[in-house]
Design a protein. Structure first.
Length: 101
């Protein structure tokens, strides 16, 4: 299955190392949760606005980890409340990986 990102690019559900941008992560969230991408703003609360419980949040993080090839620390998952938190943590993980390479 593929979905279209907010920037008009197509995202594939194939896993591996992908470009980690806010738009791509928002598109992945919308696709994974089967919601309109317009609902996936940085301020959207995962639980209240998108109906994501703790287990679903963990599944979502694993899905984005698989897609991007990045990995978050277990402690980071507890700090994710809104979409912007998820995006910020993945961008930080990418920057950290890039510094090490």
């Amino acid at each position: 299955m593929t979905t279209i990102g907010t920037d008009g690019t197509w995202l594939s559900r194939e896993f591996g190392s992908r470009v980690c941008t806010g738009d791509n992560i928002r598109a992945l969230i919308a696709d994974h949760l089967d919601v309109d991408i317009k609902r996936v703003s940085d301020q959207a609360d995962l639980a209240r606005d998108l109906g994501v419980g703790w287990l679903n949040r963990l599944e979502l993080v694993i899905f984005v980890e698989d897609w991007t090839g990045l990995e978050l620390h277990d402690d980071d998952v507890e700090r994710i409340n809104v979409v912007g938190d998820l995006i910020r943590l993945f961008k930080s993980a990418k920057e950290q990986r890039d510094r090490l390479n």
